[in-house]
Structures are given as C-alpha cells and as structure tokens.
Design a protein around this ligand. Structure first.
Ligand code: SF4
Ligand code: SF4
Length: 226
C-alpha cells in the first residue's frame, strides 16, 4: 500500500504524524485532477511554545519558521516518492502567501481541509488544527496528488465543548467562540483580518508575522510529548 510506504518514509525523515485523504470536489480548481492529499504534521517544541507569554517571543518566531522549512523539505520527500511511482505531486508550502488574494488571507489550498479529512484531528474554536497527540502545538503542510490515497480514520468531531479559553486569550477579538461545523466558512469562527492586523502590532518580533496566543492557551496542549 502506498499509504504504508509513504508514512514510513516520512516518519523516518522527521514527520510526527502523516495522514491521507481523498478530496473530491474540494481539490483546488486549478489542480482539480489532484484529488488526493498527503498531510504532514510537525509538532512545535513545548518549551518554545511556553515562551509565548502575553505576546509572541522571538524564539517562537524562529521556531515557527524553522518548522515550516522542515515541513517543506518533508513535502519534497513525499513528492519524490510519488513521482517515482509515476504519479503527479504538488507540494503546498507550509506557510502560504498569495499576493493577489491578500484580502482573503488564503493560500492555494487550506492545509486544514485535507488534515480534517485524514482523520488526524479536528478544528478548534481557535481555527487551528488540533490533534490528540499534540493539541494545538503543530504546523501542517500538504502534498496534492493524483495517487489514489485513502483516509485511515473517520473525520473527528470538534472537541472544544464549552471551553472559550482561546477566545478570551485573543487580544484582537478575532475568535467568535463558535464551535466549528465542517463546511462552514472560516469567518464563522475567526475574523482573519482582525487576526492579521493584530499580528502586525508585533513588528519587533518577526516583522509581525506571528502571534500564537490562542495556540499557547489551548488546554489540549496539556498532554506531554512522549
Ligand atoms: S493568532 Fe493571536 S490575534 Fe490571531 S486569533 Fe490567535 S490570539 Fe487572536
Ligand atoms: S482553547 Fe478551548 S475552545 Fe479554544 S481550541 Fe482549545 S479547547 Fe477549543
């Protein structure tokens, strides 16, 4: 099975979790033939996450960028494997920027769409992907492909309950506090513009590209790493 081989390869190279999904109509229109996805998860250092105290830290900014780079390299390993099997593969950058669509605050494909379908976790009220193993302390990337890949678990339902810790922790008032319903617009849980504008207030840290307060606050982070 391709899934078994790919997971083994990516875990060996430093991924923490690997999932697969069939996107169907959710594939990006400009790559609609790439209907399958590999989701790669890297956990963030718990020690560094804890340096976020009331505002992001420079250490967090550096770690965030390094983790994104690691994910992009893991995506290249997945691309090599997929292409060697005779299929097409498109790595979607861990941190996407689309200058032509800045107001939408979106990239070419949302990592969380594939991550949810893979069954690896759920979307919390903080609009982040949350896994049972690592909570909110993760980063994601995706490889789109025409290699037929099947999710190995069911879609997980959001497990926030009545918690509103992230909403209360957000200095921008960007989190609505609503429980996410799959298929609903992101705006139902997050005002992406308010979030982005708030990040820019930390110009002294990473030129205003990170915040992380809602990620830091999530009680799903409590489980220690093995
Ligand atoms: S990253 Fe910061 S500004 Fe954005 S939603 Fe989270 S706490 Fe609010
Ligand atoms: S802080 Fe609470 S409400 Fe927010 S994502 Fe985590 S569990 Fe859900």
């Amino acid at each position: 099975m391709f899934e078994t081989e790919l997971r083994h390869l990516l875990l060996e190279k430093g991924a923490n979790l690997v999932g697969f999904s069939s996107l169907g109509e959710l594939a990006p229109p400009e790559f609609s033939e790439l209907k399958y996805a590999v989701t790669i998860v890297r956990r963030l250092s718990d020690t560094i996450v804890k340096t976020i105290e009331g505002r992001p830290s420079m250490m967090y900014f550096h770690h965030y960028r390094t983790t994104n780079t690691k994910l992009d390299l893991l995506a290249l390993d997945a691309v090599d494997f997929i292409e060697e099997q005779g299929y097409r593969a498109l790595p979607v950058a861990a941190s996407q920027s689309t200058p032509t669509d800045k107001e939408a605050y979106r990239g070419i494909f949302p990592h969380k769409t594939a991550a949810v379908l893979s069954g690896l976790g759920f979307i919390g009220k903080n609009a982040l992907f949350i896994t049972p193993e690592y909570g909110s302390r993760i980063r994601l990337c995706t490889v789109l492909t025409d290699m037929p890949l099947v999710a190995e678990g069911p879609v997980m339902q959001p497990q926030c309950g009545d918690c509103t810790i992230c909403k209360n922790a957000c200095p921008a008032g960007a989190i609505t506090g609503a429980l996410y319903e799959y298929g609903a617009p992101r705006a139902s849980i997050l005002d992406a513009k308010k979030c982005s504008e708030h990040m820019k207030t930390y110009k002294d840290i990473g030129r205003g590209a990170v915040c992380g307060l809602c990620m830091r606050a999530c009680p799903h982070n409590a489980k220690p790493y093995k």
